[in-house]
Design a protein around this ligand. Sequence first.
Ligand SMILES: *Cc1c(COP(=O)(O)O)cnc(C)c1O
Length: 454
Amino acid sequence: MSDIPYKVYLSENEIPSAWYNVRADMKNKPAPLLNPGTGEALKAEDLMPIFCEELCKQEMNNDDKWIDIPGEVLDFYKMYRPSPLVRAYCLEKALGTPAHIYYKFEGNNTSGSHKLNSAIAQAYYAKKQGLKGVTTETGAGQWGTALSMATAYFGLDCQVYMVKVSYEQKPFRREVMRTYGATVTPSPSMTTNVGRKINEEFPGTDGSLGCAISEAVEAATSQEGYRYVLGSVLNQVLLHQSVIGLETKAALDKIGVKADMIIGCAGGGSNLGGLISPFVGEMLRGENQYEIIAVEPASCPSFTRGSYVYDFCDTGRVCPLAKMYTLGSNFMPAPNHAGGLRYHGMSSILSQLYADGYMKATSVKQTDVFAAAEQFARVEGILPAPESSHAIKVAIDEALKCKETGEAKNIVFGLTGTGYFDLVAYQKFNDGVMDDYIPTDDDIAKSLAQCPKF
Ligand SMILES: *Cc1c(COP(=O)(O)O)cnc(C)c1O
């Protein structure tokens, strides 16, 4: 065995003191958000009735390469960061691969995922602005949990619209949020205009992230002292998540290892965007080459089967338009178990990088993902989140390819969280009753036909 340790830890002082803004190094900037009424590009001021002021500025900031992490956010980061970079020796041995596999583990906090990295930053800026509280949506529940931890820390009110299917399937997730003081409402609800309208149009719907976003935005803009916050997709969220990539890069540098391949699961793109940012920065500046792979569920394949067009970010069509790989804002993914990956669109930053050939994408089937999750859990010990297991599946596939070619590639993947709240899904898999829903071309074409035309 080599002298590389199982876990590469950085010291507390090595937590980055600034986030890295990959947009500053992109020649083709991500397309601007558009006003859905006029089709004009939005300015930071236009977003301020919806989002916190400082976050609006970060959303529009394509120029500053580094943005200081506020001291109070850094103090919070120190409670659970730096997160470990783990060498998967046991998985390598089980696979019999010459590849070297590393994973950056973001599940070591109560919320159980990377989402806390952005939640604490967003709660901090809301507090600094003197707001009473924030509203948001949550799909599988990780974002809502992370946000309720962050708002509890800063003494803010937190109202969460939770996709109905998750609200019902994950009562414990809901209870963690309530424990941290949040109010949780199943979406679509009858408490907002847009919720009532969606319920009328799709009676008995299980809900979707797109619906819950519309409701949370309406709740924020109709209450004094509230703003809306979002846990993925937006430029500001990728910025905050760059802490993952910066730590990963620092840890690899420490042991003198250069990644060949970087793999991450992609829902709205925040963990993947954060993980790859510093590496893509090197590619954009012509300093280095990496193979980057986004992994999405076959049930919600925005990159691999969507179109790169302007679309609504939400089902209720109240949010700005974003240019992104999308399946159409009316796309209702079947209620599968990769809850956190069920969004119809993809981050504008990642969409532009993908269009420009800086990364590849692949989609995987749910049962294959759970098989990989169990294989990983049994040798590496960690119970992975279903979302994270998409990356595990492709990391294993790539390591097995190395076995055939004899290449000792350095494969790095993002292990975004733990799966303790996903045991209903594990149960279905173990009982052999999990299915693999894949939308037809017709389903996708129908939904895409409703995208706005520009
Ligand atoms: C939310 C979530 C994801 C997907 O969201 P991204 O914004 O694409 O990162 C992945 N893994 C876990 C554990 C999550 O909670």
